[in-house]
Design a protein around this ligand. Structure first.
Ligand code: HSE
Length: 435
């Protein structure tokens, strides 16, 4: 039987998930592919041995051994981070190897360079595992939704942040404790601030926008805010307003410009995204032909991500066997048709807002705050001040009607500068009815 040989760089959580998947699904894959998919070489600087059932795999510390191995067809990079991952991928491509990666950080920053190198060397780049863990969202976007103009992308794309918010909401567990759980479960990034500060979600949104719109979207194009300022009191207020707080990635295509933002969002409980809990991800597209489509599944973890990497390996293996390499362009659009995006400035955004202002409970404070919002053209929908502590600052919570982001920022600056304000004002955007 023919063989497709795979070299793997990085035998960590996802790398071992890929190895287990190829091992456990060996016969099934042979029946589906008509060839044996063999993980034949692993490069890992921190391992002396591999688990016993992988005794047939050669282990090396030097990734160059894989690039120069003439039997290897596909190089899988699963070490994460920018360097040496970038150099490894470029080197593998230069050696004529097809490459597979789960490295969303790398693709959202150096994607253009990597995809262009792959085109120049006529090799494939598989990156299904870079977004949505086990959810086959990239293949669906490239192939299943090919006949659509994508109008919007919206989703929960970070398992760790969603796990933290779910535990805080449903069980009242403090932030730090839940983060520790997520790290132990293997969801969190090596640097968990990427999860918590929305950066990992921004990596993924940049990749999806690139494919959806046919423009190279860079991490720097995404306006990014995380969940670290969210306190249990915000979660409680959200509940009272019939919402749950979710870290959302949101992009709308407005014709000649596109929105690109990641931030905590109050989502009405009647909305599907409010009910995506734990480490689950959900990614919603609106296409002009298909309408609304929602993808749901485990967005992180060893085996779901291993499943996605294995799918890329199989896709490339099939293309090699059928001599149809790059039948589907890596980014769906042909390389010569990929442009540069025009990003909508964040100051132009309009949506309803939640504000939590921490202030001393003095006469006239509310009137002053209302006056500032009024001056900036922001219309208040409701106000809550729960309890009165004579000497302590209190939380004053306001919901606005649809307001403009620039006016909101200017108002918050003025409010924070008031002598009676004792803490930074927290603002959370509310998902509008249109979305
Ligand atoms: N740290 C990521 C998450 C892993 O929590 O979703 C998957 O990309």
């Amino acid at each position: 039987m023919k063989q497709i040989q795979v070299g793997l760089i990085g035998f960590g959580t996802v790398g071992s998930g890929l190895a287990e998947t190829l091992f456990e699904q060996k016969e099934r894959l042979q029946k589906k592919v008509g060839a044996e998919i063999v993980l034949s070489q692993v490069a890992d600087t921190s391992r002396k041995t591999l688990p016993k059932h992988f005794s047939g795999i050669t282990l090396t510390k030097d990734a160059n051994d894989i690039f120069t191995n003439p039997d290897i067809d596909i190089v899988v990079e699963l070490i994460g981070g920018l360097e040496p991952a970038r150099s490894f991928l470029l080197e593998a491509i230069k050696h004529g190897k097809h490459v597979v990666t789960a490295n969303k950080a790398l693709l959202s920053i150096h994607g253009k360079e990597i995809f262009e190198a792959a085109v120049a060397n006529n090799v494939e780049v598989g990156f299904e595992a870079s977004v949505g863990g086990g959810i086959p969202v990239i293949k669906s976007l490239k192939e299943g939704l090919v006949a659509n103009r994508i109008n919007s992308i919206m989703g929960i794309m970070n398992g760790t942040a969603n796990y933290i918010l779910t535990k805080m909401t449903d069980h009242g567990v403090p932030f730090a404790e839940v983060l520790k759980d997520a790290q132990e479960l293997g969801f969190a990034e090596a640097d968990p601030t990427y999860d918590v500060e929305g950066i990992d979600t921004a990596h993924k949104l940049a990749i999806l926008m690139t494919i959806a719109y046919g423009t190279y979207v860079h991490l720097d194009n995404i306006n990014t805010e995380g969940i670290s300022d969210i306190e249990p009191v915000d979660i409680e207020f959200a509940r009272e307003f019939g919402c749950r707080i979710k870290l959302l990635a949101i992009s709308h295509h407005h014709g000649d410009h596109v929105e690109a933002r990641v931030h905590p969002t109050m989502v009405p409980t009647s909305h599907m995204l409010a009910n995506i809990n734990g480490a689950y991800n959900a990614i919603h597209f609106n296409g002009d032909t298909v309408g609304n489509v929602l993808f749901y599944g485990l967005g992180a973890g060893k085996m779901p991500t291993g499943s996605a990497v294995a799918a890329d390996v199989v896709d490339i293996g099939r293309n090699i066997l059928c001599s149809s390499v790059n039948r589907v362009p890596a980014l769906s659009y042909l390389p010569e048709n990929i442009g540069t995006p025009k990003i909508t400035p964040m100051s132009k955004l309009t949506c309803p807002y939640y504000f939590r202002i921490t202030a001393l409970d003095h006469p006239g404070v509310l009137e002053t705050i209302a006056g500032i919002f009024n001056k900036h053209g922001i219309s208040i929908k409701s106000v809550i001040q729960k309890s009165r502590h004579q000497f302590d600052p209190v939380s004053i919570v306001l919901l606005s009607h649809t307001a403009n982001e620039e006016a909101v920022q200017n108002s918050i600056e003025e409010i924070n500068a008031l002598d009676v304000c004792t803490k930074k004002t927290v603002k959370i955007r509310i998902l509008s009815d249109k979305e």
